[in-house]
Design a binder for this molecule. Structure first.
Ligand code: FAD
Ligand code: NA
Length: 383
């Protein structure tokens, strides 16, 4: 194989590694991608009937406070001024998310000053002091009424499990904002790629020293590659080692996409459904991610309902579950990974970590700095 580096997976992690190694280190990089398209889960495509950009693997909002990632991303794309907001429907009423002063005033049906709202929530949260499960943990953070409205049904649907059966650690914090600010992200930088995610990802891959092979599973060429060419593997860690320590648990999502004969279905990009008897967790309406695209049709729109469940081996793994047993398995796989000279494991599947896009990019830039550059320029061992 006449290349310097093989990258398995063309998501943000794999493409960032490939782009830096080709452009900065002058290496010939072969990217193998199991799917029929590049980009991993950030991939998007126009819905054929309307031309509206749809994120096939769930809505992706770019946000970061990392200067280096922001500077790097903007080499490949400009960003719109999109600022994400989310609303939640509960028992026939709509509330702003994440929970803020507007949510509290609307839910309790009167005006609260920030101090009054803080006092109210502190009093309601005092009901639980030593939480033993997710429900108690949530109540200890935001009180029972807001928990029952906005967390209980939504969490039960996400996990297909009663929140009283889930460990308290599933939620570390549940921030409540005592202002009317309902911007979803707190990061310094935010926006959506002007020409869409796929154009951004394609520009990263567009380098004469990068070859991307689609519909190409790394495991089909593994025996020729490992030991001969350095590898960055961004596929599932447990699969790499033949599941010898068992499977790492993931949740997956099912998406139901539909074209509606109206110019605007819900008036916003993302509506959560907190009621337990509504089977989906949220509805995305993609036109609202790009209000600047005046060429979108005015009489049709694309919506996507999202359903959550545990993943089987053939499902797309989306969110690591991270039970104590998963963590034990992960440690065992990490020991095996350290023993694989010449193979580096990265990205969300290769490390069994939920990573936002900016984290995947930052992680890949660090891998280039700390492992790949020292290897290719100074001959350091690749472990
Ligand atoms: P991936 O994108 O998963 O790429 C891995 C690639 O490896 C895939 O293309 C896969 O096909 C390929 N692969 C796997 N096995 C093999 C193999 N054996 N051979 C060859 N190729 C293989 N991030 C945000 O910043 N904002 C958001 O709003 C956001 N929303 C999200 C919503 C959902 C539902 C999900 C699941 C994720 C979301 N993310 C979001 C996270 C974002 O998708 C990740 O940060 C990003 O996908 C990480 O890139 P990656 O390269 O690590 O993994
Ligand atoms: Na290794």
């Amino acid at each position: 194989m006449n290349v310097d580096l093989v990258v398995a997976g063309s998501g943000f992690f794999g493409l960032t590694v490939a782009e830096r190694c080709a452009a900065e280190l002058g290496l010939r990089v072969l990217v193998l991608e199991r799917r029929g398209h590049i980009g991993g889960n950030a991939y998007s495509e126009p819905e054929p009937e309307t031309g509206i950009e749809v994120h096939r693997y769930g809505a992706h909002l770019f946000h970061t406070s990392n200067e280096r990632v922001w500077e790097y991303a903007r080499r490949f794309t400009a960003f719109t001024g999109y600022r994400h907001q989310v609303y939640s429907t509960f028992k026939g009423r709509v509330y702003p998310m994440p929970i803020n002063l507007g949510t509290i005033c609307a839910y309790f049906g009167r005006v609260f000053s920030p101090d009054e709202a803080r006092a109210l929530i502190a009093e309601q949260a005092a009901e639980v002091s030593d939480p033993a499960n997710l429900e108690e943990k949530a109540i200890s953070l935001i009180g029972r009424p807001l928990y029952e409205a906005f967390i209980r049904g939504y969490t039960a649907k996400q996990w297909q499990t009663d929140p009283r059966e889930l460990p308290a650690e599933v939620i570390a914090r549940l921030p409540v904002r005592y202002t009317f600010d309902n911007r979803y992200f707190n990061d310094t930088y935010e926006g959506l790629p002007v020409d869409g995610y796929t154009a951004w990802l394609e520009r990263m891959a567009d380098h004469p020293r990068i070859e991307v092979r689609l519909n190409a599973d790394f495991f089909d060429v593994r025996d020729e590659v490992v030991g001969n060419v350095p590898v960055v593997f961004t596929g599932p860690l447990d699969r790499y080692f033949g599941y010898v320590h068992g499977e790492l648990g993931w949740r997956t999502l099912d998406f139901e996409t539909e074209v509606k004969e109206t110019g605007d279905f819900q008036g916003t990009a993302v509506m959560n459904y907190a009621d337990e008897d509504v089977p989906y967790t949220r509805i995305h309406e993609f036109r609202h991610f790009h209000p600047e695209r005046d060429w979108y049709p005015s009489d049709r729109t694309v919506i996507m309902r999202e359903y959550s469940r545990f993943a089987a081996r053939d499902d797309e793994p989306y969110y690591p579950i991270n039970t104590p047993a998963d963590r034990d398995r992960l440690l065992a796989y990490r020991r095996l990974a350290r023993g694989q000279d010449g193979v580096l494991f990265g990205g969300r599947l290769g490390t069994y970590k939920y990573l936002d896009m900016h984290m995947a990019i930052a992680g890949a830039l660090s891998m280039v700095d700390n492992k790949l550059r020292p290897h290719f320029t100074e001959g350091a061992r690749l472990v």
